[in-house]
Structures are given as structure tokens and as C-alpha cells.
Design a protein around this ligand. Structure first.
Ligand code: ACO
Length: 377
């Protein structure tokens, strides 16, 4: 995907951040409303608990928090951002895009913004698009966000699915640099013939039906998705490594989509890598779809598992069917002469809120004036 690039121009990940709701839902609690048990869930999935968004939270608020943390980590102000890509399967609204609403809350006034839907592979898709835009010279700085409130599209009576999913958000900041490395390559795949294996209908009204369509929930053929996932985690990783002239043993860390610990173990066996080389946090968050890779990556960074010149693989799969993988050659972060102070960033977000309210007020006054002049005509 990154073959046609401007020479000497690289896309580096310079910031990362995440946000999860406070409410923890344990396996024991799920036992109280569907026929399941903690031992089965732990053994068959590796999940012990997940987070559930409060009624006040949505993909916009979680995504904004994750993006703010990633920007603070990168020491970059929102007005330096050229592009915001939000990957989500649970947008707050059909439109405007979640990315537009996050852009407003960040006060990223120069940035273009859009959502993409590639289910759990969405973060890899977003990373690939952002890196390509940077490497061709079209833009300098991008924020890629994965944000989900899957708890709102889960059928809490369906034990096949309700045990798996959780809510959360994660974000990366990417910038252009002359330092070799960064996002080296990304492979993206799709097979829509498997679309029915994992699906959630929109519940939109029909012109032809009198009743309102009811909102649907996630439907999944678990075993078939499991088999597909165990295979493509290996093939996508091998493919992207081969394109970079690398072997699995060159990789220091694999950050896989967190869907089931047994899928990650199968990938480790297939790649002949020890489980210690995989970033795993599924036990605490479950499957957070597009957020799972940046969430696991942030924890790996906190644990100092990534060092200069390490090769890191991000690999995921999801509904669609979709799958993909990326290779990052980690570089020491460029040190800035003056670290932007947190207080400056906080003030920025307050001003962004004031600006947004002011623009809404101006639109309201404008609409009143037009209405008055229309009635006088
Ligand atoms: N508690 C207890 N028993 C259960 C539960 C549960 N929560 N769920 C299923 N069972 C039962 C089944 O009914 C079945 O019983 P039976 O043999 O009497 O019919 C038995 O356990 C085994 O069922 P399987 O479906 O074979 O269980 P499996 O070991 O395959 O685990 C699971 C099911 C966890 C869903 C697994 O198939 C899986 O993880 N699949 C992949 C799912 C996935 O990754 N989805 C996300 C994709 S990413 C995205 O885009 C959102």
C-alpha cells in the first residue's frame, strides 16, 4: 500500500492514548442475566471483565478523550492536525461523522475529518490511509482514532456474543519526518462473501413498511469467525513482513486485535513466536473492536516493551470480512525544544468549546434574521 511515496519522507507514530469508561462489568455479573459462567468465559475467551459506557458517554466523548491524550503525548496542538480519521462500527449518529464531532471538540480547525467502517480492522485501515497521505506529502499530521460503544448493539440475552464485547477508545498521532522508519507498510483485505458471519443490521425505517424497523443487535457465527481469524492473523502478518523483507523472528512485538485469547495463541503458534511477544490485555477489556489495538499498544508502551529500531506488527480482523496488518519500525521520538505545557492544551480545549458554542449561536441568530426577513417579504 505504501509503495508510491515521496523519497525521504516517513510517517512516524509520535503520540498514543486511550480512554475507557469507568464501569466494569465482570463475568460474575453476566452470570446473573444469561446462562453462562465465569470459568467458561475465561477458558474459552480469556476475558474476565469489560468496560461499559455510561449513558453520558458515546463514541464522540470516548474518542475525544483518547485523541486528547495522544496529542498530549505527541506534544502537538490540535491546530497542527491536517486529518482526523475515526474508525468505528458504533458511530454516535449516522451523520455527521463521529470524526467531525471529535474535530469540533478538539478545536482542530484546519483538519479534514471522516469516519471509516471496516469493523475491528478499522484501526489498521485508518493507520494505512493516514500513513499513505503523509508519505506522499499530501499532509503532515494525522490523528487516527478507534472508538466504540459496542455495549449498545449487543443483545444482552445472547450468551454467544454478550460475553465478548466492551467499550473504549484509542488513538495514534502520526507526523511526517525525514528519519527513516515509522509505518513501513500496511496490507488490507476484504471478503464480503463472509459478510453474514458477523453482522448488525441498521434498523432503518423503510418507505415500504408501515411499522418502524426495530434496532438490530450483533449476530455472529462464532466458530466460523474463529477459524477465519486464526488463519488470517498469520497470513496477513506473513504478507506484510515479506513486503518489508522481514521474517517473524525480526519482530519484537505483535499487537493483535483482542477478540479471543485462543485466536492470539493460534496466531503465535502459526508464526512460531512465543506468547511473550504479543501484547495482550483482553482479560480486562474484552473485544473493543477498533479500539483494541491502540489500547493494547498504549499498555505496551507504558510497560516499556518497545525500543528504538524495534519492528512492531499490528494485526487485526473483523466483520466484512476484513483483515489487515501493519509494520512499524520504531524510532526514538524527536525531542522538541519546548514541551507544550498541559495547561496550554487544556486552555485550547476550553477555547474550542467556546468557539463551537459561539458558531452555533451565530447560526441561530442568522436563522432568526432570515426567518424575519422572509416573513416580511
Ligand atoms: N457460556 C456457556 N456456554 C456457552 C457460551 C457461554 N457464554 N456460549 C456458547 N456456549 C456453549 C454453546 O452453546 C455450545 O454448547 P453445545 O455444544 O451444547 O451446543 C458450547 O458452548 C460450545 O460452543 P462453541 O460456539 O463451539 O464455543 P467456542 O469454543 O467456539 O467459543 C466463541 C465461542 C467464544 C464465540 C468463539 O467461537 C469465538 O471467539 N469466535 C470468534 C468471535 C470473534 O472473534 N468475534 C469478533 C470478530 S471482530 C469484529 O468485527 C466485531
Amino acid at each position: 500500500m505504501l509503495n508510491s511515496v515521496a523519497p525521504g519522507r516517513y510517517a512516524h507514530v509520535v503520540g498514543w492514548g486511550s480512554a475507557v469508561p469507568e464501569r466494569v462489568l465482570t463475568n460474575a455479573e453476566i452470570e446473573s442475566f444469561v446462562e453462562t459462567n465465569d470459568a467458561w468465559i475465561r477458558e474459552r475467551t480469556g476475558i474476565c471483565e469489560r468496560r461499559i459506557a455510561s449513558p453520558d458517554d458515546d463514541t464522540v466523548s470516548l474518542g475525544t478523550r483518547a485523541a486528547r491524550r495522544a496529542l498530549a503525548c505527541a506534544d502537538i496542538l490540535p491546530n497542527q492536525v491536517d486529518l482526523i480519521i475515526t474508525a468505528t462500527s458504533t458511530p454516535a449518529r449516522f451523520f455527521p461523522a463521529t470524526a467531525n464531532l471529535i474535530q469540533d471538540r478538539l478545536g482542530a480547525t484546519r483538519a479534514g475529518a471522516f469516519d471509516l467502517l471496516a469493523a475491528c480492522t478499522g484501526f489498521i485501515y485508518g493507520l494505512g490511509l493516514a500513513a499513505a497521505q503523509i508519505r506522499t506529502g499530501a499532509i503532515n499530521t494525522a490523528v487516527v482514532i478507534g472508538t466504540e460503544t459496542l455495549s449498545r448493539i449487543v443483545d444482552w440475552q445472547d450468551r454467544n456474543t454478550c460475553i465478548l464485547f466492551g467499550d473504549g477508545a484509542g488513538a495514534f498521532v502520526l507526523t511526517a519526518s525525514e528519519v527513516p522508519g515509522g509505518v513501513l507498510d500496511v496490507v488490507l483485505h476484504s471478503d464480503g462473501s463472509g459478510g453474514d458471519l458477523l453482522t448488525c443490521h441498521t434498523g432503518m425505517r423503510s418507505f415500504w413498511l408501515e411499522e418502524e424497523a426495530s434496532r438490530d443487535a450483533i449476530h455472529m457465527s462464532g466458530r466460523e469467525v474463529f477459524r477465519f481469524a486464526s488463519r488470517v492473523m498469520v497470513t496477513a502478518t506473513e504478507e506484510v513482513l515479506e513486503r518489508c523483507g522481514l521474517e517473524p523472528e525480526d519482530v519484537s512485538l505483535v499487537v493483535p486485535h483482542q477478540a479471543n485469547i485462543r485466536i492470539i495463541e493460534a496466531a503465535a503458534r502459526g508464526l512460531k513466536l512465543p506468547m511473550e511477544q504479543f501484547a495482550v490485555n483482553i482479560e480486562r477489556y474484552g473485544n473493543t473492536s477498533t479500539a483494541s489495538i491502540p489500547l493494547a499498544f498504549e499498555e505496551a508502551m507504558q510497560a516499556e516493551r518497545v525500543h528504538s529500531n524495534d519492528y512492531v506488527v499490528l494485526v487485526g480482523f473483523g466483520a466484512g470480512l476484513t483483515w489487515g496488518a501493519a509494520v512499524i519500525q520504531w524510532a526514538a521520538r524527536p525531542t522538541r525544544a519546548i514541551q507544550l505545557r498541559a495547561i496550554l492544551q487544556e486552555s485550547w480545549y476550553i477555547l474550542a468549546r467556546v468557539r463551537s458554542l459561539f458558531l452555533r449561536f451565530l447560526r441561530f441568530i442568522g436563522a432568526l434574521i432570515f426567518r424575519k426577513s422572509d416573513t416580511e417579504r
